[in-house]
Design a protein around this ligand. Structure first.
Ligand code: ATP
Ligand code: MG
Length: 405
């Protein structure tokens, strides 16, 4: 210790010199640093400027492209993203009086119900908690409720609100009494071309709107499309809908309507909805879906093979748009290309469609269902009312309790 101190005293001058040297060194270092920083900043500024110029050039080119495409197809110009807060409304179960079953689903059934306060009839989608838990679908149902609250479109059912008890979840949906497109299509066999076009145009409007909100629907099929008493369509069942900006991987949908990228589990996104439009259009015109088979495995094989057989006399314009929609190659599938929906609306199959009028429901529908009163359910199949009641879920095991509080 002592030794250290001493030496320290004896080094005083040397230390002073050293300090001066260090100071000079530091000043030089600081100067160099300043110089380097300035140089870096200049470089960054230059890069920024170049990037900005590049972006401006690209935007200009895009605008030019847009101008060029203007008269090719029609942009449907519907509501854009975030047009409301999407808050989930809650309802009171005691306000409703349950009636007959309209349809059955994976987790329960949909019943007509009367809102005793307003006197209005609604469709109550009742889903058993136990069944949802068994099949691990809680996330999908949460999506369904969230998305129904965000979606406001003339061709989509309106969502009235959500509630639950110990056994079930309850979704209040606008009642559509014209029945399923499925029942009607099976009844008549197939639709004349104009009728098929009238319906598919509405689905295109819906998907364009949903995709604008980054929502994919993923479950198009005639069972999920209802006919309003006006003759226009209303899409129901958002059980597989999802908000997604890129790709997602869950296998879901109905075998005959699955896009190849879903079967191959490659990850899928908005283009799957355009694929299902191709299947639906084919099914409406031919009366049977293009990859139909009694064995689901064969259905998958046919989809992956991608060979579409058209019955003789199938309209050539319809054939063409269907082939563009049922293209396994995502870089070629219509709806997924640079021009988006305009490649579809601009196709010659839709040449005479007045999209604006359609959206305003100003076109006379080809078929008006018979609906005698607001509570008429005669357009739906009859279901025996012997549904086994769902078991109660214990409070501590119930993951739904805090939903949308
Ligand atoms: N708003 C509504 N108005 C009238 N009927 C409806 C309505 N919503 C649904 N339904 C009927 O109930 C059936 C089942 O509803 P939904 O498709 O939503 O249930 P799901 O459990 O998701 O069905 P799945 O999983 O089998 O497709 C429909 O196919 C339809 O017949
Ligand atoms: Mg359904």
């Amino acid at each position: 210790m002592e030794k250290d101190k001493k030496s320290s005293h004896g080094d005083k001058k040397e230390k002073k010199d050293k300090n001066k040297k260090d100071k000079d060194k530091k000043e030089k270092k600081d100067k160099d640093k300043d110089k380097k920083e300035k140089k870096d900043k200049d470089k960054k500024d230059k890069e920024k400027k170049e990037k900005k110029e590049k972006k401006e050039k690209k935007d200009k080119e895009k605008d030019k492209d847009k101008e060029k495409d203007k008269d090719k197809g029609i942009e449907l110009n519907q509501q854009s993203k975030n047009d409301d807060d999407g808050k989930v409304r809650s309802i009171k179960l005691s306000d409703y009086e349950m009636g007959d079953t309209l349809g059955t689903g994976s987790f329960g059934r949909v019943k007509i119900a009367k809102n005793k306060k307003t006197g209005e009839f609604v469709a109550m989608k009742i889903m058993k908690k136990i069944e949802i838990l068994k099949s691990k679908q809680a996330d999908h149902i949460a999506n369904e409720i969230k998305i129904l609250s965000m979606v406001h479109h003339p061709f989509v059912i309106t969502f009235g609100g959500f509630t639950q008890d110990e056994k079930n979840l309850y979704l209040d949906l606008e009642l559509i009494n014209g029945g399923e497109l499925f029942t009607y299509l099976r009844g008549v066999g197939r639709f004349p071309l104009d009728q098929a076009r009238f319906y598919i145009c509405q689905i295109i409007c819906i998907f364009d709107y949903l995709h604008g909100k980054d929502i994919i629907y993923r479950d198009l099929k005639p069972e999920n499309i209802l006919i309003h008493k006006s003759g226009y369509l209303k899409l129901t069942d958002f059980g597989f809908a999802k908000i997604v900006e890129g790709r997602t991987y869950t296998l879901c949908g109905t075998p005959e309507y699955l896009a190849p990228e879903i079967i191959l589990n490659k990850g899928h996104g908005k283009p799957v909805d355009w694929w299902t439009c191709g299947i639906l259009l084919y099914e409406m015109i031919a009366g049977i879906d293009p990859f139909s088979d009694d064995d689901p495995m064969m259905v998958y094989q046919k989809i992956l093979k991608g060979k579409i057989k058209f019955p003789s006399g199938f309209d050539s314009n319809a054939k063409s748009i269907i082939k563009h929609l049922l293209d396994a190659d995502l870089t070629k599938r219509y709806g997924n290309l640079k021009n988006g929906v305009k490649d579809i609306t601009g196709h010659r199959f839709f040449k005479n469609v007045e999209w604006d009028k359609l959206l305003k429901k100003e076109i006379e529908p080809p078929y008006i269902p018979k609906v005698k009163s607001d509570d008429d359910v005669s357009n739906f199949s009859q279901y025996p009312d012997s549904d086994t009641p769902a078991p109660q879920i214990k409070k501590e095991e119930d993951p739904f309790l805090d939903w949308f509080q």
